[in-house]
Design a protein around this ligand. Structure first.
Ligand SMILES: CC(=O)SCCNC(=O)CCNC(=O)[C@H](O)C(C)(C)COP(=O)(O)OP(=O)(O)OC[C@H]1O[C@@H](n2cnc3c(N)ncnc32)[C@H](O)[C@@H]1OP(=O)(O)O
Ligand SMILES: CC(C)C(=O)C(=O)O
Length: 525
């Protein structure tokens, strides 16, 4: 929809103030400066930098940021008491544009138990504070704390008096995230209808996420006429947090087809800023977090992956690039299909003729069932493993069973296939590989002397594929064999069989031809 000035929603970022209230330890000045720099590049309209009366450290951080960051309005929070207002005014002195944000609670619960004041007393205190704040700046925001639980008559009364005293922004906080969207929208509608001077102030909302409704409530408020949303990057904030900046901004951006409201947020800065906030604040982002979670643009199931490959918008309502993410990603698991495997191999530089898709896919499924997630290096290893096999290979591993005792003894039973015939031998050895190689030797009845054996990991982690490379001397020929498997004993046996197949092709192997006539089982003494 065409953006109009009326529909411009201001984004008030309070990551450095309410966001900081989520942390176990307050941020250092250096950290605040680092965050302020990142957040200012997002294109926010106002940045709440801290609570200057809180500590000398916060006063100094707010003062330094206010002097250095240009662009957004620089704001500080203050209780409705003269000392807090003065501290805030002093800290913001160097700002290009300064806003003092003062607040006092309006709900009966907070008035009675916390402030021990009547609504009228609190309102008078608010008025005095707003007047004092106006001596420092023309830009004064006033919040009725716990507005979400304030009777509407009381709220209208306090808001009207605050505007008359000089507040230029009126903020309606759902301090404890208690309201639901229809209720919260009604509060905004009622204020617009009943407060006589409401047009003299910008109407703002500040929603907490205790019931997971912070973003929904903010959106409902915008629909009802609010034109400033207070939010934090990654939604961090006191308790369950605040309205997430990236979510509200991307709702308005992505749904601009039907929603008329817009912000000044630079979408492509979102992902980087989210990462910086997460790292500096030591607040990990849940994988399924909307917009910035690691799964937000990841596709895991074959049907979705195929759809996205054919047309991205089948399963993506926004482009990862629109939030500054490099690209979407496909997780390769046993729920993936052939299309995505082919696509990934193509990305890795393989041509169709380099591998047999059906065969690679069936070994991929086997591996994925074992490992869970399959990585690029696994896929490369599977293609390599396939290249080691030829259709006319005479020998194949039919079955391998091993047993290792704690006293170091091991036994292995190998069932070797050759053109549909099977031979089985069981041997003991110093370890399962030693036992399996002895069993193979017993089946082929022809000496193969092992010259070298090397084991390496393809990839990382305990479930990485093991690659075994051996060199064997067979009738005076040095033959290289390779085996790949998550089970290193199996990989070792495959390497041995690779040698046998190469040998069978290269040289006539007498024993192999004759000894596989019958299936035999023999236990070594
Ligand atoms: C909903 C919100 O997020 S509000 C913002 C929360 N942020 C903070 O609290 C910032 C960090 N806080 C601090 O550094 C300290 O709490 C300070 C400096 C603000 C105050 O410290 P102290 O003076 O030691 O008071 P303390 O925090 O223990 O108690 C709060 C006092 O402020 C009063 N108060 C609370 N809100 C307001 C208000 N908006 N306006 C005036 N007084 C208020 C309380 O009634 C209480 O007063 P009392 O001592 O007369 O009972
Ligand atoms: C100070 C106000 C805006 C606040 O943080 C709240 O009510 O949650």
């Amino acid at each position: 929809m065409t953006p109009t000035a009326d529909n411009r929603v201001w984004i008030f970022d309070t990551t450095l103030r309410d966001g900081e209230q989520a942390l176990r330890a307050s941020l250092s000045k250096k950290q605040k400066i680092q965050l302020a720099d990142a957040i200012s590049r997002l294109g926010v309209d106002v940045m709440e930098l801290g609570f200057p009366a809180s500590s000398p450290g916060d006063f100094s951080a707010v003062a330094e940021i206010a002097q250095t960051i240009k662009g957004p309005v620089m704001c500080g929070l203050a209780r409705a008491i003269p000392d807090d207002i003065r501290a805030c005014g002093e800290a913001l002195k160097g700002a290009e544009r300064a806003r003092i944000h003062t607040f006092i609670a309006s709900s009966p619960l907070h008035l009675q138990y916390k402030l021990r004041k009547s609504l009228q007393q609190a309102t008078e205190q608010a008025e005095a504070s707003i007047r004092l704040a106006r001596q420092y700046t023309d830009d004064v925001e006033f919040s009725c704390e716990d507005a979400g639980r304030t009777p509407i008559d009381d709220l209208c009364y306090m808001v009207e008096r605050a505007i008359a005293a000089g507040a230029t922004t009126i903020n309606i906080p759902d301090t404890v995230g208690y309201t639901v969207p229809t209720e919260f929208a009604h509060i905004i509608t009622a204020l617009k209808e009943r407060v006589n001077n409401i047009d003299q102030a910008r109407l703002s909302v500040h929603c907490h996420n205790d019931l997971g409704l912070a973003v929904a409530n903010s959106l409902a408020a915008i629909e009802a006429g609010a034109r400033q949303v207070e939010c934090t990057v990654n939604g961090i904030g006191e308790r369950a947090g605040n309205c997430a900046l990236e979510e509200i901004a991307m709702i308005l951006n992505t749904r601009a087809d039907t929603l008329p409201w817009h912000t000044g947020i630079q979408g492509h800065e979102i992902y980087r800023t989210s990462q910086v906030v997460s790292q500096v604040c030591n607040m990990p982002i849940q994988a399924n977090k909307a917009i910035v979670g690691s799964n937000a643009f990841a596709h895991s199931s074959g049907i979705h992956q195929d759809g996205v490959l054919k047309a991205q918008n089948t399963y993506e309502i926004m482009r990862p690039e629109s939030i500054g993410m490099r690209a979407n990603c496909f997780n390769l698991t046993s729920r993936s299909g052939k299309h995505v495997i082919k696509h990934r191999l193509h990305e890795l530089g393989y041509r169709d003729q380099d591998y047999d898709l059906n065969e690679v896919y069936s070994s991929f499924l086997e591996l994925a069932d074992k490992k869970g997630q399959v990585f690029d290096y696994d896929l490369e290893a599977l293609v390599f493993a396939q290249s080691l096999q030829a259709q006319d290979d005479p020998y194949s591993l039919a079955e391998l069973t091993t047993q290792t005792d704690t006293d170091g003894k091991a036994s292995a039973t190998v069932k070797l296939g050759c053109h549909g015939r099977l031979a089985t031998q069981t041997r003991e050895g110093n370890g399962p590989v030693d036992a399996a190689y002895d069993a193979l030797q017993a089946i082929i009845e022809q000496p193969i002397s092992l010259e070298s054996y090397q084991l390496s990991a393809k990839g990382c982690g305990a479930d990485a594929l093991g690659q075994v490379d051996i060199t064997a001397n067979f009738d005076g020929q040095h033959i290289h064999g390779v085996g790949l498997d998550t089970d290193i004993v199996k990989a070792s046996v495959q390497a041995y069989i690779h040698v046998l197949n190469t040998a069978a092709r290269a040289i006539q192997v007498r024993a192999l031809k004759t000894d596989l006539q019958t299936e035999s089982k023999e236990k070594a003494s």
